[in-house]
Ligand binder design. Structure first.
Ligand code: HEM
Ligand code: HEM
Length: 179
């Protein structure tokens, strides 16, 4: 398996980043929705801490991914796919990239506005992005929540399209993203 993308297949780096980030995002959406419903107790605080640390990890991986993506060729979609579908696919991919940055950053802003510093796996503490402020805290919490709902919709569209290509159109769109 090639490290870099070719015209016909994603390479090892793009595939690894795609699946690691996908699993982390799915996990964090589920964890986020679960932990916010818990009563206030030490367990909830522990889960909030994990949520933030893995969320920042996504931000770090997203930076690597975007650099890699900009410097790579992107495998072509089959000619049988209509242009409008290719355009929608690209828009969904770029919306995902936007999300990979916007979601961790709104989370970080929310924590700063709440006056709670964000630790990165106990290695170091991230600087606060803004000073404590209840209005901003509420705005970033709402934004964080609605971005999560938006990504759930995008996720089902993206997975639905991948499965449709694989099982109905029987082309190699999904295989290109598999090792
Ligand atoms: C891509 C990464 C992330 C995803 C997918 C994600 C997803 C979510 C989701 C689905 C919720 C529940 C929303 C709700 O029902 O109110 C949530 C809540 C929360 N997230 Fe994230 N999050 C991410 C990154 C982060 C980061 C990096 C931080 C902070 C550094 C953070 C801080 C929080 C906090 C504090 C809450 C609880 C808000 C409340 O108590 O209402 N998140 N997140
Ligand atoms: C939240 C989870 C996911 C995110 C954020 C995500 C994001 C992306 C992005 C940004 C791309 C563009 C290629 C790149 O730059 O790496 C892509 C391609 C792709 N993804 Fe996902 N993905 C997710 C989950 C999935 C799942 C679960 C599947 C399979 C069922 C899947 C199948 C594919 C396929 C087949 C491609 C290649 C499409 C093409 O060649 O145009 N993805 N994904």
């Amino acid at each position: 398996m090639q490290i870099k993308n070719t015209e016909n297949h994603y390479g090892l780096v793009a595939i690894s980043l795609h699946w690691v980030i996908a699993i982390l995002i799915i996990g964090l959406v589920i964890l986020g929705l679960y932990m916010t419903g818990l009563p206030k107790n030490p367990e909830k605080l522990k889960l909030y801490g994990w949520h933030k640390e893995f969320g920042i990890l996504i931000l770090v991986l997203a930076m690597l991914r975007i650099v890699w993506r900009i410097g790579s060729i992107v495998p072509l979609l089959p000619n049988s796919i209509p242009d409008w579908q290719k355009l929608v696919a690209h828009m969904v991919h770029w919306a995902f990239y936007g999300f990979m940055f916007a979601q961790p950053i709104t989370g970080w802003l929310m924590s700063s506005a709440a006056g709670i510093p964000v630790s990165f796996f106990g290695l170091f503490v991230l600087p606060d992005l803004i000073s404590p402020n209840d209005v901003y805290k509420a705005i970033f919490r709402e934004t964080h929540e609605w971005l999560a709902y938006a990504v759930i919709v995008l996720f089902f569209a993206h997975v639905g399209a991948a499965l449709k290509h694989h099982f109905i159109s029987k082309n190699d769109v999904l295989r290109k993203m598999l090792p």
